[in-house]
Design a protein around this ligand. Structure first.
Ligand code: CO8
Length: 258
C-alpha cells in the first residue's frame, strides 16, 4: 500500500516503518497516525513479518503531536473524536514485537509513541521530553502514565512539570531505553535486534510480549499466575519440543510457529 507520511520496508522478516514528515520533524498528525495504524495492522497480519521497527529521521523520531493541527480544536472536537484514542489503541494492540529506534527529538506524542513500542533503542543524539506543559496542556498519550511506570515518579514529575529534555545517557540510566548506540549504528543495531527476535518462535515471542505487558496491568500474584499458565501452555507447541530437542542435540532450533 502507498503511504504519504510513512515509508514501509519489509526485509529479512522485519518491517521497518519510517515516519516521514521531515518538514515538521515528524510531528504526529491524524493522517500519519492513521497510516501508522494501518501499516502496523498489515505487518501484524503479514506472515513474512516477525518483528517491527518504528523509526524517524536523524534529527527527529517525532517532535510531538502536530501542534498546528490541534491548536484551533475545541474541547468538544477533542472529546467527541476521542482525539488519538483509537490510534493509541491500534498501536498497543499490535501483537508482534515492536522496537522503537530513536534518534534526535522524541518529544510529547513522539516520546509517548516510543513508549508504546515494546522497547526503545536510542542513538546517542536522542532527546526525550514531555514539553506539553509549555503549551498550556499536559501529556495525553501516556506521558504521565507510562513514563511514570518506566522511570519513576520523581523523574516523571520533573519531565512533565519542567518540560525539560532527557538525553540518551540519562534515558538509559533511568530505564526508559534498553540500549544507547552511536547515531550511525542505530538502524544496524535495531535491525540486528529485530532479526534476533525474528529467529524465535512467533508463539513464544508473542507470549513473552503479552506476559511482560501484563506486569503493567495487574497485581504481582495475578501476573505470576498469568506468566506460569502461559509457560505451561507453550508445552502444547511443536516449537517447545523443537527448542528443547535442539538444545540437547547441540544444534540451532528450527522453529515453525506450531
Ligand atoms: N507540531 C507541528 N509542527 C512542528 C512540531 C510539532 N510538534 N515540532 C516541530 N514542528 C515544525 C516547526 O513548526 C517547523 O516548521 P516551520 O518551519 O514550518 O515553522 C519545523 O517543524 C522545524 O521546527 P523548528 O524550526 O522549531 O526546529 P528547531 O530545531 O529550531 O527546534 C524543537 C526543534 C525543539 C523540537 C522544536 O521544533 C519544538 O519545540 N517543537 C515542539 C515540541 C513540542 O512541544 N511537542 C509536544 C507537542 S504536544 C503533544 O505532543 C501532545 C501529545 C498528546 C496528544 C494526544 C492526545 C490524546
Amino acid at each position: 500500500m502507498a503511504y504519504e507520511t510513512i515509508i514501509v520496508e519489509v526485509e529479512d522478516h522485519v518491517a521497518t516503518i519510517k515516519l516521514n514528515r521531515p518538514d515538521a520533524l515528524n510531528a504526529l498528525n491524524s493522517h500519519l497516525l492513521g497510516e501508522l495504524s494501518t501499516a502496523l495492522a498489515e505487518a501484524d497480519s503479514n506472515d513474512k513479518v516477525r518483528c517491527i521497527i518504528i523509526t524517524g529521521s536523524p534529527k527527529a523520531f517525532a517532535a510531538g503531536a502536530d501542534i498546528k493541527e490541534m491548536s484551533e480544536k475545541s474541547y468538544v472536537d477533542m472529546y467527541l473524536s476521542d482525539f488519538f484514542g483509537g490510534e493509541g489503541k491500534a498501536i498497543t494492540s499490535t501483537r508482534k514485537p515492536i522496537i522503537a529506534a530513536v534518534a534526535g527529538y522524541a518529544l510529547g506524542g513522539g516520546c509517548e509513541l516510543a513508549m508504546m513500542c515494546d522497547f526503545i533503542i536510542a542513538a546517542d543524539t536522542a532527546k526525550f521530553g514531555q514539553p506539553e506543559i509549555n503549551l498550556g496542556v499536559i501529556a495525553g498519550l501516556g506521558g504521565t502514565q507510562r513514563l511514570t511506570r518506566y522511570i519513576g515518579k520523581s523523574k516523571a514529575m520533573d519531565m512533565n512539570l519542567t518540560g525539560r529534555f532527557m538525553d540518551a545517557e540519562e534515558a538509559e540510566r533511568s530505564g526508559l531505553v534498553s540500549r544507547v548506540v552511536p547515531a550511525k549504528q542505530l538502524m544496524e543495531e535495531a535491525k540486528s535486534a529485530a532479526e534476533k527476535i525474528a529467529e524465535k518462535s512467533m508463539i513464544s515471542a508473542i507470549a513473552a510480549k503479552e506476559s511482560v505487558n501484563r506486569a503493567y496491568e495487574t497485581t504481582l500474584a495475578e501476573g505470576l499466575l498469568y506468566e506460569r499458565r502461559l509457560f505451561h501452555s507453550l508445552f502444547a507447541t511443536e516449537d517447545q519440543k523443537e527448542g528443547m530437542a535442539a538444545f540437547m542435540e547441540k544444534r540451532t532450533a528450527q522453529f515453525r510457529d506450531r
